[in-house]
Design a protein around this ligand. Structure first.
Ligand code: GAR
Length: 228
């Protein structure tokens, strides 16, 4: 099946920073490599490079500034998420893509978009959930590191794993060299997983995702995935 043979999936892409994954997805959409279109780019941080880059591509952008929901040291998460949901829903996306969106979302939010919410995480989940994954991998002396794309559920970095790409940790690596190696894989893996969903190869199936009709018992690895 070619990309034109399926209705493009409408993507809302949520970012908090540089937006290199958003740009990789945008490029894959524009070049017809994946059957999807970005219909909105939303950031919770104003002035980030990803917002400028999305604007330059002519994509609709908006900022739901997290900091503006903080008063007297308290973050009004329900109000922030209500504003975020309104912005997401206004663009009528099929899929909501967390591409470096650095906020922990409430169970109400993840339930609202169950089966339509994807995240990319810079580790081989379930290893190294949470922040500072590259530092922790280096400190632990691991030989392998990588990236995972998964459906988002209420459990932080804990939803069903869909795709993974591994990279070696090389002698002399530091956080910059290792994260750059991981990011090169992120930019291949994330568009690929989105395309699987767009073509109906990957289905949520009430939280037991299936790939080509077979229940996924482990994430698909990039090297196998690109072969088939
Ligand atoms: C990516 O490396 C992504 O894996 C990570 O943030 C970075 C965003 O980069 N996500 C997380 O850490 C989520 N817990 P980008 O803004 O250049 O796409």
């Amino acid at each position: 099946m070619t990309p034109d043979a399926v209705t493009p999936l409408r993507l809302a892409v949520l970012i908090s920073g540089r937006g290199s994954n958003m740009l990789a997805i945008a490029r894959a959409c524009r070049e017809g490599h994946i059957a999807a279109d970005i219909v909105t780019v939303l950031s919770d941080v104003p002035g980030v490079a990803g917002l400028d880059a999305a604007r330059e591509l002519g994509l609709p952008v908006a900022c739901i500034e997290g900091a503006s929901f903080r008063a007297e040291g308290r973050f009004d998460k329900p109000a922030f998420e209500a504003a975020l949901c309104a912005a997401i829903d206004a663009s009528q996306p099929d899929l909501i893509v967390l591409a470096g969106f650095m906020r922990v979302l409430s169970p109400a939010f993840t339930a609202r978009y169950a089966g339509r919410l994807l995240n990319i995480h810079p580790s081989l989940l379930p290893a190294y959930k949470g922040l500072h994954t590259h530092e922790r991998v280096l400190e632990a002396g691991e030989h392998w590191h990588g990236v995972t794309v998964h459906y988002v559920t209420a459990e932080l970095d804990g939803g069903p794993l869909l795709g993974q790409a591994r990279v070696p940790v090389l002698p002399g690596d530091n956080v910059a060299s290792l994260s750059a190696r991981v990011q090169r894989q992120e930019h291949i893996l994330f568009p690929l997983v989105i395309d699987w969903i767009a073509r109906g190869r990957l289905r949520w199936n009430d939280g037991s995702p299936q790939f080509d009709g077979v229940t996924l018992t482990a994430p698909r690895h990039l090297e196998d995935a690109s072969a088939g």
